[in-house]
Every structure is written in C-alpha cells, then in structure tokens.
Write a protein that binds this ligand. Structure first.
Ligand code: IPE
Ligand code: MG
Length: 225
C-alpha cells in the first residue's frame, strides 16, 4: 500500500492525512475481497524499514493502527473476517501489541476472508525467523536437517497454512517488492499500478483481478503450442 505521502503532499496536506485516506482504501478493499470470496488478503501496512521514518510519523502510524484495530474489530467480526498479524510486533508500544492479540483472538474462529496485516514485517526477516525455528528444532533433535524440504520449511514462515499468493499488487508506480513477501511470491503474478494507495478502491481492485485473469500461469512448465 504505497503512495499515501505523495497523495497528501500533492494536495498540500500533511502526510498523516494521506495515511488516514489510506485506511479508507483498506476498508473498501477488505469489503470487496470478502464479498468476492477471496480467501486471503495480505496488506503490507508497515515494513521493517518504515521505522526509520521520523519519530513523529512512526508514532502517528502506531496510533492510527491502534485506533483502526479497535474501531474495526466489531465490523470485521460481523463480516466473518479472520485476522492474522504478521511481523516483529515487539517494536510496537505495549497497548498496540495487546490490542493486536485481543483482536486476533476475537476473530480467530471466523471462516470468511483471512485478513493478514504485515506490520514491522520484512520478507528477509521472515525467512530468518523461520530459519531460527528450524535450527532450534534440529538442535533439539525434533527434525533431521536431511529431511528439510521446501514444503516443511514453509511451515515456519509467517504465512504458513495460507494458500499460495496468486496476485501481488503494488500501488503508486514503484516497480519494487521492497522486502514484502519474498519466499511466498515465487510464482505470484505481479500487478503494478500508478494509482496512489488512497485512491485505490473496488474499481481498481477489479482492474487488477481482470488483468490477473488473463495471465498464463505455467509455473515454469513448457507451453504446448
Ligand atoms: C505507504 O505510503 C504507507 C506506509 C508505508 C505506512 P507512504 O507513506 O510510503 O507514501 P509515499 O511513498 O511517501 O507517497
Ligand atoms: Mg512509500
């Protein structure tokens, strides 16, 4: 979800207003995904690198995250949304961590859309944290290094148990992954749009999905002519 700052500065507004508008875009995309039967939607809300921004912006983002979490839980529950927050939450203030735990617990039995929020997340961090778990299990004799496979390693990643990522969307014209899901996008289709995140809505989502529907996914296999 990129482009909040540019959306705001283009209007002569403070960056935080862009983030607030970005939350509106999140609401419409979550609602649309739920309605069309998407199984899992993962949103890159805050990257491992975002904490290098000004203390003011970072603390405003934490506050916004906390307020939105608190406000939306009821509505998410009504829409049968399951919530999963991935990333290194230890950096977050105590109240944010607590709210995150409570919100996930409250929504854990829901069977509709799984909404994954990546917060203080980095794709490289994810691979390292998975590796740490695997190494510990090997040291403790629970697994034999020779038995480690792609599928078994995957079980230690943050998106373990979720279906494969079909489509990755990046807004705001940047053509990078920026340390979002790395392992998980091995065979994902990529969709880049110039639309700034606060302007991203159901119409934009449908454009991305329409585009995805015309992709020829071969997973490295040879095409039969
Ligand atoms: C994305 O918008 C939101 C977060 C990273 C929290 P940016 O804040 O990166 O917006 P730009 O890239 O400055 O326009
Ligand atoms: Mg940005």
């Amino acid at each position: 979800m990129d482009g909040n700052g540019r959306w705001a500065s283009g209007r002569g507004l403070p960056r935080i207003v862009g983030h607030q508008q970005g939350v509106r875009a999140v609401r419409s995309v979550v609602k649309a995904c739920g309605a069309m039967g998407v199984k899992t939607l993962t949103l890159f809300a805050f990257s491992s690198e975002n904490k290098n921004r000004s203390t003011e912006e970072v603390s405003l983002l934490f506050k916004l995250f906390l307020t939105v979490l608190k406000q939306e839980v009821k509505k998410l529950n009504k829409h049968n949304v399951r919530l999963k927050i991935i990333g290194d939450l230890s950096l977050f203030p105590e109240d944010v961590q607590q709210t995150a735990i409570e919100a996930q617990a409250k929504l854990s039995d829901n069977q509709g859309l799984t909404l994954v929020i990546a917060a203080n997340y980095g794709g490289q961090w994810d691979i390292v944290q998975a590796t740490k778990q695997v190494v510990k299990a090997a040291i403790n004799g629970h697994i034999n290094p020779e038995d480690i496979t792609i599928d078994s390693f995957q079980n230690y990643l943050s998106l373990a148990g979720e279906p494969a990522v079909d489509l990755l969307i990046r807004s705001s014209g940047e053509l990078r992954i920026s340390n979002f899901l790395l392992w998980d996008v091995a065979y994902s289709e990529m969709y880049f749009t110039d639309t700034l995140w606060p302007d991203f809505d159901e119409v934009e989502l449908n454009k991305a999905i329409e585009n995805f529907n015309h992709r020829d996914r071969r997973y490295g296999a040879r095409k039969e002519y």
